[in-house]
Each structure stands twice: as structure tokens, then as C-alpha cells.
Design a protein around this ligand. Sequence first.
Ligand code: NAP
Length: 483
Amino acid sequence: MVSRVIPVDPFDLVIFGGTGDLARRKILPALFRRFVAGQIPDGSSIVGAARSEIDDAEYKSLVKDALREFHPGDLPEDMLSGFLNILHYVQVDATGDQGWDALAKLARPDVVRAFYFSVGPSLFGALAERLHHHGLVDPETRIVVEKPFGRDLETARALNTSLAAHFEECQIYRIDHYLGKETVQNLMAIRFGNMLFEPLWNSQYVDHIQITVAETVGVQGRGEYYDRSGAMRDMVQNHLMQLLCLIAMEPPAKFDPDAVRDEKLKVIRALDPVEPADLVRGQYLADGDRAGYLEDAEDPASKTESFAAMKVHVSNWRWAGTPFYLRTGKRLKARASEIAVVFKETPHSIFDEDAGRHRNTLSIRLQPNEGIDLDVTIKEPGPGGMRLIDVPLDMTFSEALGPESEASADAYERLIMDVIRGNQTLFMRGDEVEAAWAWTDPIIQGWETRGDRPEPYETGSSGPEDALALMHRDGRRWREIRE
Ligand code: NAP
């Protein structure tokens, strides 16, 4: 399949924190892949900005090393020098005045200027203010901000206010890389581009929905950050909530940023508070040489959760009575993220008992092997009566569309190019983020007030026993976590 690359005009992208982990692991490799795909036009430039005292040549060498380490697959060395030619470095302190004049010379006013805040959130306000003060903001200027966007409603509001002092909402791109995944966008194509699913997409036909984001890694190396966050803040408030919104939202009138985000916001506002009995938290145990959460977190008494599961109700006409089960955790049995829409059984079976009762499930795999499966019930082949089995109609993108198709583009590639194009559809709006915190805060506060210790779970398992019980008591089962 021939990939289609949509051209953009030349642009200048400044990465504050251009020497940091996120820039080296995700942002720069994503930009390099877009360069290789021919989507970064001549006349564009990429500027790394940080406090480190290095020059252009040293920065290029740092980026080269990062690409060698983090570029997926073989590095096309012949493209490297062309990419390095458009790179620059400026030594800038977000909280001081050094370097801003040099930056103003590199980020030109006659092209789209995008500033990626790949630094800690405590610097967002200072950066916004200095960009403004040094004349780097015009109506075409965009800023990109990373999670965590606050740690509760109050801090998220304060961040929004500090950015709004210098930027319009249409200039602020709050990134959630889950929204950049091909399958997530395909979820909207499946729902709103087909006649097949939308008529069934409601509590009359959907038994329940499961959203799982499972990781096999622990928090090693990030223990200090993670221990102040936990699964609820780090994953549920942003990634899982965004996925839930896309599943549950009403059809927007248009595929346009505000129409989509208005509908997502309505979903968040329709979420019921979660009963304590419908919430489970866990902490992974040590396994052989691998430390348990309490050692990784460095606080032997930490009550931060490395796993969270919950039953959530969307209180509106469409979803009344259909629960959404969410779970996410570290050190689980496989690295797998999926959304499963489990339909109800047929109201009556015309087959005898041997045929069994079956359900259709639409599963949307986010990682690995992005793709969509639809389990359809058919007759088991062969003689011997009518027995029913479920077979998947499988659409694995790399198989259906070819490994080199644009479907294989990483979420960061797609989202960064959306910033350049000025398309905010896949970015969170300020009011969405605040509404998500307003729902999340009471859950976290309830945990803190009760002071319960998270339930330990085995490394390599599906999580704590209570998470299994959460489904069992409703007569349902979690889907197997598998790659
Ligand atoms: P990091 O490795 O600590 O890098 C921070 C970067 O900011 C460095 O380039 C640092 O360079 C620069 N910096 C620090 N203070 C500065 C200042 N006063 N002025 C200018 N530059 C300054 O952090 P990271 O992991 O890349 O994370 C960056 C942001 O992305 C954070 O908000 C993080 O929460 C978020 N994030 C990261 C990941 C990830 O996978 N790493 C994932 C999601 C979100 P100098 O010290 O040379 O100034």
C-alpha cells in the first residue's frame, strides 16, 4: 500500500528540554521519521533548548546517539546528515533571561512557530511568560505541553490560568499520546464511518465495556516521580479517561476539534462518582531479582498504587445500566492495551443447550499489534450437529495495510504534525482536563482519608484478587491480558 504524506509549510519547532529523556526517546525520533517520510519541508528548523552548556555540534552528536538508541528498526544512515542539518541548539534558562535573544533569531515570525514544553510542569508558566516577553508569540504560535497536567483540579486550574495569560486556548496543545494512536482514531472511523456499529452502540445491546492498559515494567528509575503520582493520576485521569470518552461520546456533528471535544467533555461530566466498593488498588510484589513496589518507591510504607481497577457508570440516556470496567497496572503478565466492547447475548437462543450461549466482542488493540478484532459466532465446521464457536474477524493494521504504511507511524509523529497543521482534535482542551480532575480528585481523596493499604499482587499476574472479584460479582470476567 502506498502511503500518503500530507505536505505542510516550512516551520520552526523549538523543544524546550531538548536534551531530556522524552526529547531523546520520543520527540526527536518521531521528527526524524517524519523527515525520512518527506514530511518536513525544506526551510524548516528544529531547535533544542535547555540549560546545558553545549554547542550546535555537541547537540547534533547527542541527537545522533539518541536516534541510534531509540529509532525503531534500522536507522537510515543516509538520511541522518540531512536531518542533523536542520537542527540547532540554544542555551536557554526557562526561569532566567539568558538565551532568549538567540532563540528569537532562530524561531522566525514568518513561519509557523511551535514550542514544545518538554520540561517539568513547574516551568510551563515561566516559559509562557518569557516567550511572550521576548516577542515570540503571534496568533500562529503554538505551544505543546506534556502530562502531567496538574496533580489535582486546583493545580490543573493554576496551570491553565498561567498559560491562558499569554496564549489563547486554540494555541495550546495538551498532548496525550494515546489519542495519537492509529487505532484510537480508527475507533472514531469505525463508530462514525459505518452504519454497522452505531445503532448497537448503547446499553440496549452492549453488556459492558472493558478498558485495559497493562504494562510489564515496574517503576524502577522513576520511583520518586511515580510515588507522588500512582496509577490513578498517571494513567486513569488522562489516558483511560480519554479512551472512555471516545467510546462513550455522542456523534459530534463534525470531525472538528471543538465538536469532538465538546462531546468528550459531556461524557466526563456524566460520570457518576465511584463507590469505594467498585474501586481496587494494588502494589506489585518482588519477583526473584526484581524489587517489589515498596523497594522501587524507596518508601517502605508507601500507599501509592501501581495498579487501579474500577467500575464506572456513565449516567446518560445511551449508557444507563452498561458498566465500564477500567484497569491499569505495572508488572502485569503482558504489555497490552485494549478496549473491548462486549455485546449482549441474543435475547433467545434457537439452538439447543449444546450450542452454548455466545457474545460478540469488538476489541480494539492499542498495543502491541495495533488492530481491531470482531468476534463473530458461527457454526463449528463439520458434522455432528449445531455447535457454535466464536471466530475473530481480524484487522491487524500491519498485515492489512502493510508494515510501511502510514498506519505504522508513531503517535508522537502524528501529533507533532497535527500541531504544525494547527489541528487540535486529538489534544485535550483545558476544560476537559479540569473536568477529569474534578471526577478523579474525590477518588484519590477517599483513598487518602481512609488510608487503606493497596492490595499486593504477584508480578506477572493479572493484578490483585479483588480486581477479579470486581467483575466476578457482576457475573462477568476480565479478558485475558495477552500480547
Ligand atoms: P528530563 O529527562 O528530566 O529532562 C528535562 C529537560 O528540561 C532537560 O533537557 C533539561 O535540560 C531541561 N530543563 C530543566 N530545567 C530547565 C530550565 N530551567 N530551563 C530550560 N531547560 C530546563 O525530563 P523528561 O523525562 O524528558 O520529561 C520532560 C517532561 O515530559 C516532564 O513534564 C515529564 O513529566 C513529561 N513526560 C515525560 C515522559 C518520558 O517518557 N520521559 C513521558 C510523558 C511525559 P538542562 O538540565 O540542560 O536544562
